[in-house]
Design a protein around this ligand. Sequence first.
Ligand code: ATP
Length: 328
Amino acid sequence: MSKKIKKIGVITSGGDAPGMNAAIRSVVRTCAFHTIKCVGIYRGYEGMIEGDFKVLSARSVNNIINKGGTILKSARCDEFRTKEGRQKAHLQIKKAGIDALVLIGGDGTFTGGMIFNKEFNFPVLGIPGTIDNDIYGTNYTIGYDTALNTVVECIDKIRDTASSHKRLFFVEVMGRDAGHIALNAGVGAGAEEILIPEEDLGLDRLLESLKRSKQTGKSSSIVVVAEGDKIGKNVFELRDYVEENLVEYEVRVSVLGHMQRGGSPSCFDRVLASRMGVKAVESLLNGKSNYMVGSINNKMELTPMGKAVKAHSKINKELLRVSDIMST
Ligand code: ATP
């Protein structure tokens, strides 16, 4: 029988995402509700190795539900990739009397967590916190909805300039391996074309589409490009290519960058994070380990962490068609 859990550690790791604080708050308050202790582990796995811990009471997470980033800070930690590093972390965890961990992060965080679980038979439960929405086992990751809204707001502003100056804008958004942000924000912001890592729409097709737009009377256009688009050219190379081949276009580039990660979380992300925190803690208390919490068809479900890490969330191909039709 598994040991009774009396103290849970909570950690944020990898890239920060808006809504992580709402998830921390939920984990802390669910622990308090079940009268068990909660310990915040600062600076991701780096802080775990160094024993950078603080007991968190229900009141210590007041006024954070609306804040972006993570009060626990985050880090990328190479030492945790080594057995020695993980042994140090395990010693610190034991010393602090922590019985189980809630890991808030992306697939790297979960991979580290799974190895830790296997090596020390230590209970872990994951909450997907990343703006990329690239994790299998959940329809939405925490931070994705906020990032989408940020991107749409930015593109709306860029559109004002594009239409005033009759320009073509390439807007680069985050998504090295996944085009969810580009595809959804692109449709939401009315982009002419959307270039994503999952589909090679082809340079010829892009030129054809832009030519057609011009012929049908469009004087400005916006093309949304995910960082890792399949064509393989970066956004500046794409601009050069289009300017060489369509001399009638004056092209500008806007790289949205880290602003996509920041800001106050949307209501959707706050609710999602609150639900996931409750499910994660209660799953641990019910003896579950090595799972990730996800929202599937609006229900909180558990997926084995190994599956969440290995499989990939798929893009919605229907959206590609909607985008095509909208750019007629
Ligand atoms: P994001 O999706 O925002 O990048 P992430 O959780 O995938 O988030 P990573 O930097 O890939 O971010 O991983 C976070 C941390 O998890 C790493 O810095 C490292 O400490 C740990 N980690 C990642 N992969 C492994 C691994 N194979 N073995 C042990 N630890 C790992």
